[in-house]
Design a protein around this ligand. Structure first.
Ligand SMILES: *Cc1c(COP(=O)(O)O)cnc(C)c1O
Length: 341
């Protein structure tokens, strides 16, 4: 790890760890050799299914250094399960959860020396791509595939750490197509890139685009959306149209545990006007953790949420979540998987 930059001083995800795990499927189960290998380039055919027909999915989860120096992966099973679902929805070869679990744990253990202390963490990126060398397979699923896990030591996702974000409400252009919203696939990001870049170019204060096609607020480009006040936590009811965040599910469980009433339902943009007067808004995601929203721009009008600063309920939920992640609090939900540090 010598010679690598400090994760807090470079953009999220730009430092890659020395070790990775890989497994290939060839018309059968993924074959994992059972140990990590040095991080390096991968070989696939120029005709590989993924390069032509977009058969690419991924996950994003984190390992955190615990107070006692050991490491724990946060919600490993939920991420493995979601990746298996994404693979099935894109008709990629079936993922065996035990194999992927092992690949994640082996990679993290091999890279343990590179895990920064909190508030830093190790970002874990399992990836799966279709490798059939067949440019005629436009309407056929790939039968061979490459599954791999790479790691990246990370600091804060948003430049400047925890600070109130500015969101642009986008009501006409969708982030992705409705039936693919819940699939964690590269194509969704490709589709959202243009609208996100155009919005940011028009106003450099904008951190993220909040998608609300048909006046139905779902999520931003890579995080779920919440409203909160002293009594309640509100987020969009699950359906196929948006990504089912593991952080979202964690916030819901934690909020209930802390005595909040949780509402999963549709959120209309008009409700924001009302909410901004007295409540809070935040984003949730593995990379962003819980990120307070200070400003929402809608049809050129600027709406300040609360006093524009991080709200107390947002920060309370964020702290409760982080405390479990880093082992500063008990783990009543069994969210931590210990790995050798
Ligand atoms: C990954 C992702 C999220 C957040 O999911 P987490 O499991 O909480 O990290 C939200 N939206 C999109 C589009 C995503 O890809």
């Amino acid at each position: 790890m010598t010679g690598k930059p400090d994760p807090f001083s470079v953009p999220f995800g730009t430092i890659l760890c020395d070790w990775m795990t890989t497994a290939r499927a060839n018309d059968g189960p993924y074959v994992y050799r059972g140990s990590p290998e040095p991080y390096g380039d991968l070989t696939i055919s120029p005709a590989a299914h993924v390069l032509h027909y977009g058969s690419a999915i991924f996950e994003g989860l984190k390992a955190h250094r615990q107070a006692d120096g050991s490491l724990a992966v946060f919600r490993l099973d939920s991420h493995v399960e979601r990746m298996a679902t994404s693979a099935a929805l894109l008709r990629l070869p079936r993922i065996d959860p035990d194999t992927l679990r092992r690949m994640v744990i082996d990679a993290v253990e091999a890279n343990s020396e590179e895990v920064p202390d909190p508030p830093g963490s190790l970002y874990i990126r399992p990836t799966l791509v279709g490798t059939d060398p067949d440019i005629g397979a436009a309407a056929r699923p790939t039968r061979s595939a490459l599954l791999y896990v790479v790691n990246s030591p990370v600091g804060d996702y948003f430049k400047g750490g925890v600070r109130p974000l500015t969101l642009l409400l986008e009501t006409s252009i969708p982030r992705t197509v409705p039936q693919f919203g819940m699939v964690k696939c590269g194509a969704n990001y490709a589709m959202a890139l243009g609208v996100t870049l155009d919005s940011m170019a028009a106003n450099e204060a904008i951190d993220q685009v909040l998608f609300a096609t048909g006046d139905d607020i779902t999520e931003t480009g890579a995080a779920n959306f919440f409203l909160a006040d002293d009594e309640r936590v509100i987020t969009r009811r699950l359906d196929e149209s948006f990504l089912h965040g593991v952080t979202r599910a964690s916030v819901i469980e934690l909020a209930q545990h802390l005595g909040y009433e949780v509402e999963e339902r549709t959120i209309d943009p008009d409700e924001l006007i009302d909410w901004a007067e007295r409540g809070e808004a935040f984003l949730s995601g593995t990379a962003a953790v819980l990120a307070p929203v200070g400003t929402i721009i809608r049809d050129g009008m600027t709406l300040t949420v609360g006093d524009g600063q991080p709200g107390p309920n947002t920060m309370r939920l964020r702290q409760a979540l982080v405390d479990i992640q880093v082992g500063a609090a008990p783990d009543p939900f069994n969210w931590r998987t210990p790995v050798r540090g």
